[in-house]
Design a protein around this ligand. Structure first.
Ligand code: SF4
Length: 386
């Protein structure tokens, strides 16, 4: 397929790695803010292809991971109400909360259902008028349009038993929060390609200019990531701080105006808390006041006060790019995908899950750094023994 295979060709990837190495003359630290890219980096052992002076760090690119504990607790409490059916994506089911995860809550009798789309939740509400159906809406700008569509559909169907527990977050404000930290060490960003398919790139030029950081939009295949990193490094070496789109096959400068218009009809921008980051100004979405009938926090009661994080989990440092998952003492020991202490170990976009899955040497060693053993697809990008 022309959108995927050419971006996995080992020879092209090696050539990109070679030109990147030739471009990079100084130490640089670059962050990706997309869990899909984090998994691709681990899967293809892309950090093995980078010059030693170049450090890739993983940011808060996993929406499930940044959903605050109290919101997860609220979802669990709602699901235990006898007349409530709670629907959400599979990623959220295994995230630990105060009452265990949603799978455990379901085992205690709650009606928790996995859906592939919020439209499935609308259909459940339509077919079960005696049930109050709540969709736990988690995700970046990428999934917000489908949540918005579900509200518009429910309104058109005149459903009075459908509501959203909104946990949608916005990436650019979180990037700004990281950059504004006095001890920030991130010098350039790979921007999340899928978010930009909706949002376009208009939020980034002000950020790049204000903090003097290159921001390069890129995709999810090995060549995408290497070309994105190479462009960030080229700009850093040249003293530039521009916004560049290296994912032209999917991202247009103005994104998807139709999807954005639908999101704007249903949601407004809000200050929200991110797990691991704290309050993020304009960092999320909430339902518009005129759609309060579809807001689960108004229909079923408000979310409780912020709750403390489990002490053993260092997800906050992982999400800020301050700690590699394998540097967490619990990684591969107390914390595994079977016994997760934090969301990054179970989400399909979590950094800890990526390291556990694609770096089995590190996992077996109980968290000690080990060479990546990646890419089960048969590609051997670095030409190293697998
Ligand atoms: S390895 Fe587990 S305990 Fe450690 S930061 Fe990741 S999720 Fe938390």
């Amino acid at each position: 397929m022309k959108y995927v295979e050419p971006f996995r060709e080992p020879e092209r990837v090696r050539r990109a790695a070679a030109t990147l190495a030739a471009t990079c003359t100084r130490p640089w630290k670059i962050m990706e803010v997309c869990g899909g890219q984090t998994h691709a980096i681990a899967r293809y052992a892309i950090d093995d292809l980078l010059p030693d002076s170049l450090k890739l760090v993983h940011g808060p690119g996993c929406p499930v991971c940044v959903t605050p504990v109290e919101v997860i607790a609220h979802a669990q409490l709602l699901s235990l109400k006898p007349d409530v059916t709670l629907c959400t994506f599979g990623d959220m089911l295994r995230v630990p909360g105060p009452g265990g995860d949603l799978v455990a809550v379901r085992a205690r009798g709650a009606d928790v259902r996995l859906v592939l789309s919020p439209l499935d939740a609308v259909e459940i509400a339509r077919a079960n008028p005696e049930r109050q159906v709540v969709f736990f809406a988690v995700g970046f700008e990428t999934t917000a349009p489908s949540s918005a569509l579900s509200v518009e559909l429910a309104r058109r169907l005149e459903l009075s038993n459908y509501s959203l527990l909104v946990a949608h977050v916005r990436v650019a404000p979180a990037m700004e929060l990281l950059l504004s930290a006095p001890d920030n060490e991130v010098q350039g960003f790979l921007a999340a390609g899928h978010v930009c398919t909706i949002e376009g790139t208009s939020e980034y030029p002000a950020l790049a200019a204000r903090y003097r950081v290159p921001i390069v939009v890129t995709g999810f295949e090995p060549l995408d990531i290497l070309l994105g990193v190479r462009e960030v490094v080229r700009q850093l070496e040249a003293g530039q701080a521009d916004v560049t789109n290296r994912y032209e096959r999917a991202v247009k400068p103005d994104g998807n105006p139709l999807a954005r218009a639908m999101v704007d009809r249903v949601f407004e921008v809000a200050d929200v808390a991110w797990r691991g980051l704290g309050p993020v100004k304009r960092g999320g979405l909430k339902l518009r006041r005129e759609l309060a009938d579809f807001d689960a926090t108004r229909v079923h009661g408000p979310i409780a006060a912020p709750m403390p994080e489990p002490t053993a989990c260092r997800a906050a440092e992982v999400l800020r790019g301050r700690l590699e998952p394998i540097e967490c003492q619990a990684f591969g020991r107390q914390c595994t995908p079977e016994t997760p202490l934090g969301a990054p170990m179970v989400s399909t976009e979590g950094a800890c899950a990526a390291y556990f899955r694609f770096r089995p040497g590190a996992a077996r060693a109980g968290g000690r750094p080990a060479r990546a053993v990646a890419d089960r697809t048969g590609l051997d990008l670095a030409g190293k023994a697998r």
